[in-house]
Ligand binder design. Structure first.
Ligand code: GLP
Length: 257
Protein backbone atom coordinates (compact mmCIF):
# COMPACT_ATOMS: atom_id res chain seq x y z
CA UNK A 1 0.00 0.00 0.00
CA UNK A 2 1.25 3.47 -0.83
CA UNK A 3 0.61 6.43 1.42
CA UNK A 4 0.26 9.98 0.13
CA UNK A 5 0.02 12.94 2.47
CA UNK A 6 -1.12 16.31 1.22
CA UNK A 7 -0.88 19.64 2.98
CA UNK A 8 -4.61 20.22 3.11
CA UNK A 9 -8.07 19.14 1.96
CA UNK A 10 -7.85 21.26 -1.18
CA UNK A 11 -4.66 19.61 -2.47
CA UNK A 12 -5.85 16.12 -1.47
CA UNK A 13 -9.06 16.73 -3.45
CA UNK A 14 -7.22 18.20 -6.46
CA UNK A 15 -4.96 15.17 -6.66
CA UNK A 16 -7.83 12.69 -6.30
CA UNK A 17 -9.93 14.48 -8.93
CA UNK A 18 -6.94 14.43 -11.30
CA UNK A 19 -6.51 10.69 -10.77
CA UNK A 20 -10.17 10.08 -11.60
CA UNK A 21 -9.93 12.22 -14.73
CA UNK A 22 -6.73 10.52 -15.91
CA UNK A 23 -8.26 7.12 -15.27
CA UNK A 24 -11.21 7.89 -17.55
CA UNK A 25 -9.02 9.49 -20.23
CA UNK A 26 -6.82 6.38 -20.36
CA UNK A 27 -9.76 3.98 -20.08
CA UNK A 28 -13.01 5.51 -21.42
CA UNK A 29 -14.98 2.37 -20.47
CA UNK A 30 -13.75 2.40 -16.85
CA UNK A 31 -15.94 0.88 -14.15
CA UNK A 32 -15.86 3.29 -11.22
CA UNK A 33 -17.12 2.93 -7.68
CA UNK A 34 -17.28 6.28 -5.92
CA UNK A 35 -18.08 6.70 -2.25
CA UNK A 36 -20.49 9.25 -0.86
CA UNK A 37 -19.95 11.24 2.37
CA UNK A 38 -18.37 14.58 3.20
CA UNK A 39 -14.80 13.55 2.41
CA UNK A 40 -15.06 13.31 -1.40
CA UNK A 41 -17.37 16.31 -1.88
CA UNK A 42 -14.62 18.66 -3.06
CA UNK A 43 -13.04 15.92 -5.16
CA UNK A 44 -16.32 15.55 -7.07
CA UNK A 45 -16.78 19.29 -7.48
CA UNK A 46 -13.29 19.54 -8.96
CA UNK A 47 -13.83 16.40 -11.03
CA UNK A 48 -16.94 17.86 -12.65
CA UNK A 49 -15.23 21.21 -13.35
CA UNK A 50 -12.15 19.54 -14.83
CA UNK A 51 -14.22 17.07 -16.87
CA UNK A 52 -16.27 19.87 -18.41
CA UNK A 53 -13.23 22.08 -19.00
CA UNK A 54 -11.21 19.29 -20.61
CA UNK A 55 -14.25 17.78 -22.39
CA UNK A 56 -13.62 14.34 -20.90
CA UNK A 57 -16.06 11.74 -22.20
CA UNK A 58 -17.77 9.78 -19.40
CA UNK A 59 -20.49 8.38 -21.66
CA UNK A 60 -19.01 4.85 -21.80
CA UNK A 61 -18.08 4.59 -18.11
CA UNK A 62 -20.04 2.53 -15.61
CA UNK A 63 -20.76 3.67 -12.06
CA UNK A 64 -21.24 1.20 -9.22
CA UNK A 65 -22.66 2.29 -5.86
CA UNK A 66 -20.69 1.49 -2.72
CA UNK A 67 -23.53 1.58 -0.21
CA UNK A 68 -27.01 2.87 0.64
CA UNK A 69 -29.14 3.49 3.70
CA UNK A 70 -32.04 1.04 4.03
CA UNK A 71 -35.48 2.67 4.07
CA UNK A 72 -34.34 6.05 2.75
CA UNK A 73 -36.05 6.97 -0.53
CA UNK A 74 -33.86 8.31 -3.38
CA UNK A 75 -35.57 11.72 -3.32
CA UNK A 76 -34.19 12.36 0.20
CA UNK A 77 -31.04 14.46 0.12
CA UNK A 78 -29.13 12.18 2.53
CA UNK A 79 -29.53 9.11 0.33
CA UNK A 80 -26.41 7.97 -1.48
CA UNK A 81 -28.31 7.99 -4.78
CA UNK A 82 -29.33 11.63 -4.30
CA UNK A 83 -25.72 12.54 -3.45
CA UNK A 84 -24.25 10.89 -6.54
CA UNK A 85 -27.02 12.07 -8.85
CA UNK A 86 -26.78 15.71 -7.78
CA UNK A 87 -22.98 15.93 -7.55
CA UNK A 88 -21.78 13.68 -10.39
CA UNK A 89 -24.39 12.02 -12.60
CA UNK A 90 -26.51 15.10 -13.25
CA UNK A 91 -23.61 17.52 -13.92
CA UNK A 92 -21.78 15.02 -16.16
CA UNK A 93 -24.95 13.92 -17.96
CA UNK A 94 -24.46 10.27 -16.95
CA UNK A 95 -27.32 8.10 -18.18
CA UNK A 96 -29.36 5.80 -15.91
CA UNK A 97 -28.15 2.83 -18.00
CA UNK A 98 -24.56 3.57 -16.89
CA UNK A 99 -25.43 3.45 -13.21
CA UNK A 100 -25.87 0.53 -10.80
CA UNK A 101 -26.79 1.59 -7.28
CA UNK A 102 -28.34 -0.19 -4.32
CA UNK A 103 -32.06 0.42 -3.92
CA UNK A 104 -32.46 1.13 -0.21
CA UNK A 105 -36.24 0.74 -0.57
CA UNK A 106 -36.03 -2.81 -1.94
CA UNK A 107 -38.28 -5.35 -0.16
CA UNK A 108 -35.78 -8.08 -0.99
CA UNK A 109 -32.28 -7.03 0.18
CA UNK A 110 -30.77 -10.39 -0.72
CA UNK A 111 -31.99 -10.05 -4.29
CA UNK A 112 -30.75 -6.46 -4.34
CA UNK A 113 -27.28 -7.60 -3.29
CA UNK A 114 -27.21 -10.32 -5.96
CA UNK A 115 -28.24 -7.76 -8.57
CA UNK A 116 -25.30 -5.53 -7.62
CA UNK A 117 -22.78 -8.38 -7.51
CA UNK A 118 -23.99 -9.63 -10.90
CA UNK A 119 -23.67 -6.14 -12.40
CA UNK A 120 -20.05 -5.94 -11.22
CA UNK A 121 -19.20 -9.37 -12.67
CA UNK A 122 -20.95 -8.55 -15.96
CA UNK A 123 -18.87 -5.37 -16.26
CA UNK A 124 -15.63 -7.29 -15.65
CA UNK A 125 -14.99 -5.98 -12.14
CA UNK A 126 -14.33 -2.51 -10.75
CA UNK A 127 -11.37 -0.65 -12.27
CA UNK A 128 -11.14 2.07 -9.67
CA UNK A 129 -12.76 2.33 -6.30
CA UNK A 130 -12.63 5.49 -4.20
CA UNK A 131 -13.61 5.01 -0.57
CA UNK A 132 -13.85 7.18 2.52
CA UNK A 133 -13.42 6.09 6.13
CA UNK A 134 -15.97 6.36 8.92
CA UNK A 135 -14.80 7.65 12.32
CA UNK A 136 -15.28 4.07 13.55
CA UNK A 137 -13.07 2.76 10.73
CA UNK A 138 -15.83 1.49 8.48
CA UNK A 139 -15.54 1.37 4.72
CA UNK A 140 -18.84 1.57 2.89
CA UNK A 141 -21.02 -0.01 5.55
CA UNK A 142 -18.49 -2.69 6.44
CA UNK A 143 -18.59 -1.99 10.15
CA UNK A 144 -16.01 -3.01 12.80
CA UNK A 145 -16.01 -6.80 13.04
CA UNK A 146 -17.22 -7.17 9.43
CA UNK A 147 -16.22 -10.30 7.57
CA UNK A 148 -13.65 -10.13 4.81
CA UNK A 149 -15.13 -13.05 2.92
CA UNK A 150 -18.34 -11.33 1.86
CA UNK A 151 -19.78 -9.76 -1.28
CA UNK A 152 -22.75 -7.35 -1.11
CA UNK A 153 -24.78 -7.71 2.04
CA UNK A 154 -27.30 -6.19 4.43
CA UNK A 155 -25.76 -4.68 7.57
CA UNK A 156 -27.06 -3.67 10.99
CA UNK A 157 -25.40 -0.31 11.41
CA UNK A 158 -23.09 0.42 14.31
CA UNK A 159 -24.42 2.97 16.85
CA UNK A 160 -21.71 5.45 15.81
CA UNK A 161 -22.70 5.16 12.15
CA UNK A 162 -26.37 5.75 13.07
CA UNK A 163 -25.56 8.89 15.03
CA UNK A 164 -22.81 10.32 12.76
CA UNK A 165 -25.01 9.56 9.74
CA UNK A 166 -27.60 12.08 10.92
CA UNK A 167 -25.31 14.82 9.52
CA UNK A 168 -26.38 13.93 5.98
CA UNK A 169 -30.09 14.54 6.66
CA UNK A 170 -32.10 17.66 7.40
CA UNK A 171 -34.27 16.07 10.14
CA UNK A 172 -33.76 13.11 12.49
CA UNK A 173 -34.05 9.84 10.54
CA UNK A 174 -34.07 6.16 11.47
CA UNK A 175 -31.00 4.64 9.85
CA UNK A 176 -30.62 1.23 11.37
CA UNK A 177 -29.49 -0.80 8.39
CA UNK A 178 -27.47 -0.38 5.22
CA UNK A 179 -26.65 -2.22 2.02
CA UNK A 180 -22.99 -2.33 1.07
CA UNK A 181 -20.45 -3.90 -1.22
CA UNK A 182 -18.42 -6.35 0.84
CA UNK A 183 -14.70 -6.64 1.42
CA UNK A 184 -14.34 -9.34 -1.23
CA UNK A 185 -15.37 -6.82 -3.86
CA UNK A 186 -13.33 -4.01 -2.29
CA UNK A 187 -10.17 -6.14 -2.26
CA UNK A 188 -10.85 -7.40 -5.80
CA UNK A 189 -11.10 -3.88 -7.29
CA UNK A 190 -8.22 -3.34 -9.70
CA UNK A 191 -7.21 -0.11 -7.99
CA UNK A 192 -8.31 1.25 -4.64
CA UNK A 193 -7.97 4.77 -3.27
CA UNK A 194 -8.88 5.46 0.36
CA UNK A 195 -9.14 9.11 1.36
CA UNK A 196 -9.52 10.83 4.73
CA UNK A 197 -9.15 14.39 5.90
CA UNK A 198 -9.34 16.38 9.09
CA UNK A 199 -8.38 15.84 12.73
CA UNK A 200 -11.54 13.81 13.37
CA UNK A 201 -10.05 11.01 11.23
CA UNK A 202 -6.55 11.11 12.77
CA UNK A 203 -7.12 8.51 15.49
CA UNK A 204 -8.80 5.99 13.23
CA UNK A 205 -6.17 6.39 10.53
CA UNK A 206 -3.42 5.79 13.07
CA UNK A 207 -5.13 2.53 14.11
CA UNK A 208 -5.82 1.51 10.50
CA UNK A 209 -2.33 2.13 9.21
CA UNK A 210 -0.01 1.41 12.12
CA UNK A 211 -1.65 -1.18 14.31
CA UNK A 212 -2.15 -4.85 13.60
CA UNK A 213 -4.55 -5.55 10.72
CA UNK A 214 -7.87 -6.58 12.22
CA UNK A 215 -11.53 -6.57 11.22
CA UNK A 216 -12.11 -4.30 14.25
CA UNK A 217 -10.75 -1.50 12.06
CA UNK A 218 -11.99 -2.30 8.54
CA UNK A 219 -10.03 0.59 6.98
CA UNK A 220 -6.81 -1.26 7.88
CA UNK A 221 -7.85 -4.27 5.79
CA UNK A 222 -7.05 -2.34 2.60
CA UNK A 223 -3.36 -2.75 3.44
CA UNK A 224 -3.71 -6.22 1.92
CA UNK A 225 -4.77 -4.76 -1.44
CA UNK A 226 -1.94 -4.92 -4.04
CA UNK A 227 -2.82 -1.59 -5.72
CA UNK A 228 -4.05 0.62 -2.92
CA UNK A 229 -3.26 4.25 -2.23
CA UNK A 230 -4.22 5.91 1.01
CA UNK A 231 -4.46 9.65 0.58
CA UNK A 232 -4.58 11.86 3.67
CA UNK A 233 -4.27 15.51 4.50
CA UNK A 234 -1.77 16.53 7.19
CA UNK A 235 -4.49 16.66 9.84
CA UNK A 236 -5.69 13.11 9.22
CA UNK A 237 -2.03 11.97 9.21
CA UNK A 238 -1.12 13.92 12.35
CA UNK A 239 -1.02 10.90 14.70
CA UNK A 240 1.06 8.69 12.40
CA UNK A 241 4.64 7.87 13.25
CA UNK A 242 6.00 8.03 9.72
CA UNK A 243 9.46 6.88 10.81
CA UNK A 244 8.18 3.40 11.63
CA UNK A 245 5.40 2.63 9.20
CA UNK A 246 4.54 -1.09 8.83
CA UNK A 247 6.68 -2.57 6.08
CA UNK A 248 3.83 -3.03 3.57
CA UNK A 249 3.22 0.73 3.60
CA UNK A 250 5.50 3.00 1.59
CA UNK A 251 5.25 6.69 0.80
CA UNK A 252 4.34 7.14 -2.84
CA UNK A 253 2.32 9.07 -5.36
CA UNK A 254 -0.78 7.83 -7.08
CA UNK A 255 -0.27 6.51 -10.56
CA UNK A 256 -3.29 7.25 -12.72
CA UNK A 257 -2.87 4.34 -15.09
C1 GLP B 1 -20.48 6.99 5.54
C2 GLP B 1 -20.54 6.08 4.30
C3 GLP B 1 -19.19 5.77 3.77
C4 GLP B 1 -18.34 7.01 3.90
C5 GLP B 1 -18.02 7.18 5.36
C6 GLP B 1 -17.27 8.43 5.70
O1 GLP B 1 -21.38 6.58 6.50
N1 GLP B 1 -21.27 4.87 4.48
O2 GLP B 1 -19.26 5.29 2.46
O3 GLP B 1 -17.17 6.88 3.14
O4 GLP B 1 -19.18 7.05 6.16
O5 GLP B 1 -18.10 9.55 5.68
P1 GLP B 1 -17.58 11.03 5.70
O6 GLP B 1 -16.79 11.22 4.43
O7 GLP B 1 -18.83 11.88 5.72
O8 GLP B 1 -16.74 11.20 6.92
Amino acid sequence: MQLNIYKDYQSLSESTANTLIETVISNPTAVLCLATGDTPKLTYELLVNKAIERKVDFSRCTFIGLDEWVGIPPRIEGSCRFFLQSRIFGPLNIQESQVHLFDGMSHDPRDECSRMDDAIVTKGGIDLMLVGVGVNGHIGFNEPGAGTDVYSHLVDLHGITQSVGQKYFTGIVQIKQGLTLGFKTILQSKKLIMIANGLKKAAVMQKALEEEITTDVPAGLVRAHPFCWTVLDEEAASLLNLQILPEEIVMGHIKAT
